[in-house]
Design a binder for this molecule. Sequence first.
Ligand code: AKB
Length: 316
Amino acid sequence: MDHILIIGAAGQIGSELTVALREVYGAENVFATDVKHPSRDIAEGGPFQLLDATDSRQLIYFAMRHGITQIYHLAAVLSGNAERIPFQAWDINMNSLLNVLDLAKEVPEIRKVFWPSSIAVFGATTPKKNTPQFTVMEPTTVYGISKLAGERWMQYYHRRYHVDVRSIRYPGLISYKTEPGGGTTDYAVEIFHDAVRKGKYECFLDGNTALPMMFMPDAIQATLRLMEADASQIKVRAGYNVGGVSFTPRQLAEDIRRHMPDFEISFRPDFRQAIADSWPQSIDDSMARTQWGCSYSYTRGDIVRIMLEEIGKRTG
Ligand code: AKB
């Protein structure tokens, strides 16, 4: 019987992955944790406990006590926020990962570890269009540096200690269940909240900035599929490129106008523009597709329709 530990269950990915994993493994077998309190869904839908993964003793005690067999370590300070607190962000992002990897190395019952990487591992010298799986990687942000270093550590623990580590380089993730969490791709979530609440949005990126994005249900499916794949299929032990759909703020605004003809958008780029400019515009994810069957269902049009409907219901 698998016992799953989720670190960062209150965050953007955690809030939805916890629900999906509880459906697969049974709510009582999925132990959600975070340094902050989660939504009611997460807190009441199965076991939840406050846990700080940068504290290795807390982590070891928790894993032993609950007989943990798989870890999903999702906690991170995202790109925009990390630039405001670079050393703290490095500390949180790296130490928590190293604690998890070391725990998995020491405890043979822990069979698999998932840790999210990001398109932030790429930098200004990376080819921007159809960015390959293996290419130049010179990230410019502290978040990107921590994700690239994390990927190297994953590979190291796999090669040296045979820890079964798996990872996806997520593009921008779009979801309606949690508020945006301090990332550069967050404009693609904020825009829907402001469209519904105010009928207008001031975007912190330039209108023509193309970035790869993915609707959260596709990201959850991809994560589950990667983790269910047989170990022999997983040839990349750093992060897999996954593509989703690429678009600009202007294109997104045009799609919103199809549902809300009076919606207005204006552009006032801030420090996040330089971050976005250093990231890929689209991704080659052929390795993820061929090695473990990664695929997506949601188009840009689907995402816009569902986001407006769901945020509309929640905003009343
Ligand atoms: C961010 O914008 O920081 C994240 C990411 C692309 O990893 N959404």
